[in-house]
Design a protein around this ligand. Sequence first.
Ligand code: PNW
Length: 526
Amino acid sequence: MDNFEWLNGYDPTFGLHQVDFDNPNRPRTPKRSAVYYAEIIRNNGIPLPKEDEFLYGEFPKNFWWSVATAAYQIEGGWRADGKGLSIWDKFSHTPLKISNDDTGDVACDSYHKIEEDVEMLKSLKVSHYRFSISWSRILPDGTTRYINEMGLNYYERLIDALLAAKIMPQVTLYHWDLPQALQNVGGWENDTIVQRFKEYAELLFQRLGDKVKFWITLNEPYNAAYCGYGVGTAAPGISVRPGRAPYVVGHNLIKAHAEAWHLYNETYRAKQGGLISITINSDWAEPRNPHNQEDVEAARRYLQFLLGWFAHPIFKNGDYNEVMKKRILERSLAQGLKQSRLPEFTESEKQRIKGTYDYFGLNHYTTVLAYNLNYPAGVMSDRSWLNSGSVWLKVTPFGFRKLLRWIKEEYNDPPIYVTENGVSERGAFNLNDTWRTHYHRSYINEALKAVVLDGVDLRGYTAWSLMDNFEWAVGFDERFGLYHVNFTDPNLPRRPKASARFYSQIINCNGSTEAHVCSYSQIPSS
Ligand code: PNW
């Protein structure tokens, strides 16, 4: 119990029970810790809950093991090949420029390092590599008026090098680097972008489609629309955009995706035979207090606003979910608007949008605790969750399995590809990244439970990211790479972190971490 703490008197209290020193009877009250300790004593220890037990086993045969990057994050804004400006060029913090002229920053200089990048992928033994194409490198002003053949040729050489190494490309059309020329006419807020995106997609199907069999139309529409990553407003400190604009952007993103899907489905699928869909990001949301119905509903709202915003129209009925429609209408009217800030789809648009998917692409990193607050929910994290190099990213493997199962149930058991999952570090350079190995080991094990125990149709897993790179609004301080890049050396050398070796072992054993079932290959440390 709380007691006399020597020189410090009664201020520090170490007790499992509180003592009221103002009351002459000195009543004792058990604290939460007393209840918990009693439970430990009763159990003679801390029994591991069944769902937290490690599951030994393997993923299905032909499971895809991949690793991801995005064009602007590894190529930077380098544009001596004729690339046009993108909305990200003005945010570039790249510490290295090839020259001081106007040719832009190089980030990891992947434009000139196809061979090195493919070597890393071969060492990892991935079956697939997810990268994105820079729209303004192919179409400098965003339109098909002028095609930059030099830029297109870079991606052709990359794809050929991958195929020669038996690594299949997974190509994202739009990973946030909108051509500045399109932003100048309103970007994603102008509905002419739907046609522009379709023309850009068509060019890529025509020119790369005989070699690329897995397309992702849009990466994380939520962050593009709501946080401003894809609309030219992202900057340190600006994370969420107010008003109607995000909903208009979201509306056009959904239509652009649907048009690209139909184009591929009707004109290119028969002869090219690939898959095309969208990648949606989502946290898992756990009610802050699971016994409080308001918190349970807040968690559900959070998922419907984050993942459901895009998944409901595409994977369900062509329309926004009821939770969003109701909440946004109520708020809009309460603020004196005549109608909801959330635009509506016409009946024919709904028919056009519904079912425009070949798989469910999922980016997942973390879990939040949701509680009842207006719009759509209040969120916080648990103090005991492990941190990472990014404030928003806590290590919460249990949420991964729950989210996968939720998607299975909510969207009628679609084939799922996880297209990003990973963790960041910041601060001093250290190749021995035990935290990243721990992250992938525990998250991949939760994915395995989703497959084996919950019957989720998971087809592939992708680690974010192949190498340290330009982490958007935060620049180079947060590092997600399996490979370290030395940005102070003009050659930008890449070196494997410990987690790169671990990931190649996981791949080699198809997701199993039992050393005795298969022999591990080693990545030489160069
Ligand atoms: C994703 N958040 O972005 C992107 O697809 C990647 O380009 C990026 O490098 C990676 O995740 C790591 O951040 C996110 O604040 C950005 O919750 C922000 C958040 C989530 C994902």
